[in-house]
Ligand binder design. Structure first.
Ligand SMILES: NC(=O)c1ccc[n+]([C@@H]2O[C@H](COP(=O)([O-])OP(=O)(O)OC[C@H]3O[C@@H](n4cnc5c(N)ncnc54)[C@H](O)[C@@H]3O)[C@@H](O)[C@H]2O)c1
Length: 331
């Protein structure tokens, strides 16, 4: 439990992970300033948070540095000095970044660059950062934090790796402590993107048939967002090096796209025909198969309860409302 009224900044606060992180930080007694440009996020995700006197939200682009700076100055005058930044803002649409590299340069890398500039200027000491399995690129073995060489194959992964690099350089110059979380695929309520979100939207449009990119053999670990949040808070509390970096994932398990497609059709009750477009990769830049080792995290003392398949099924249930809803946001 944090000191009551400690202040933090959450970037990407209206997004899938960011909005649920905000709810948890408020519940732990933090005052929170949330920033999001709503490129993918949705203020409907912040309905609960916005009712709290401890929460302030601004729709602004982190890369509009003058606006960011003045908003933070105002928030610090009202709430007190910001102690931690949780940098969640990024482009989470990996395929969009493959088509247009500017998207990842701006939303994934420059948001990190400007967040660090802000932390330097306002002497904010601690950073928690959402990194990704995409930094590793393709490897045959289960990915550990020491896996290398690191050659990402998507612009998104490249800009996340560059972000990690500039964060470690900032640690040398002015930051006091950093926690880097290398997420796998994260699933759960309030999704803004990703395979379950896509499948449910496709089924809503055409319940007769579900089109699946690739041959369904792509196989990755999926973690439920509730467990991701638990793990992140555990790491921030227990990992006390200056530079802390951890894979977070279900233990020894991964899920095929075929399983996700079949589970979606089963749980949606649509009896849809599943049509695979073929090929072993969903799209250019997709690491089609990987496994994650979480030995380092388990040594620190945290283990997940759900398998990857269980997390996927839970997340499909969380999002079934998308089939009937006309709204963009949700619980
Ligand atoms: N969800 C996953 O499976 C997953 C996997 C690996 C890493 N991550 C990382 O976790 C973080 C959260 O991801 P998410 O799934 O919640 O995605 P998300 O898209 O729902 O959240 C990211 C938020 O950042 C905002 N944003 C983007 N550019 C911005 C800018 N220039 N200024 C202000 N706001 C901006 C978007 O509007 C969005 O609300 C991201 O950094 C993402 O790269 C997510």
């Amino acid at each position: 439990m944090s000191t009551p009224r400690a202040v933090c900044l959450v970037t990407g606060a209206a997004g899938f992970v960011g909005s649920q992180l905000v709810d948890h930080l408020l519940a732990k007694g933090w005052s929170v300033l949330g920033i999001d440009n709503l490129s993918l996020g949705n203020t409907a995700h912040l309905e609960k948070a916005l009712a709290s006197p401890l929460f302030q939200f601004s729709q602004l682009d982190i890369n509009d540095y003058a606006a960011l700076r003045s908003r933070v100055e105002q928030a610090q005058a009202e709430l007190g000095a910001i102690r931690q930044v949780w940098h969640m803002a990024a482009n989470s649409d990996i395929q969009a970044g493959v088509r247009n590299p500017n998207i990842d340069l701006e939303r994934t890398f420059l948001t990190t660059f400007n967040t660090l500039k802000l932390m330097d200027e306002f002497a904010i000491p601690e950073l928690a950062f959402a990194s990704s399995s995409a930094i590793y690129g393709p490897h045959d073995q289960a990915l550990t934090e020491n896996t290398g060489p690191l050659f990402p194959i998507s612009n998104y992964g490249a800009m996340k790796l560059a972000s990690e690099g500039i964060i470690s350089a900032a640690l040398e110059r002015f930051l006091r402590r950093v926690w880097i979380f290398r997420f796998p695929n994260v699933v759960g309520p309030r999704g803004t993107h990703g395979v379950i979100y896509d499948f449910l939207h496709k089924l809503k449009k055409n319940p007769a048939e579900l089109e699946v990119l690739g041959d369904g053999s792509q196989e990755k670990p999926y973690l439920h967002v509730s467990e991701l949040l638990e793990a992140m808070f555990f790491i921030v509390e227990k990992a006390t090096d200056r530079l802390n970096f951890f894979n977070i994932a279900p233990r020894n398990s991964a899920t095929t796209v075929k399983f996700i497609a079949e589970a979606t059709v089963r749980l949606a009750g649509t009896h849809s025909k599943i049509r695979y477009t073929g090929g072993s990769r969903g799209w250019v830049g997709d690491v089609a198969k990987f496994r994650y080792s979480i030995e380092k995290l388990e040594k620190l003392g945290w283990s997940p309860k759900l398998t990857s398949n269980e997390a996927v099924e839970q997340a499909i249930r969380d999002n079934l409302w998308l089939l009937t809803s006309t709204a963009k946001g949700g619980a």
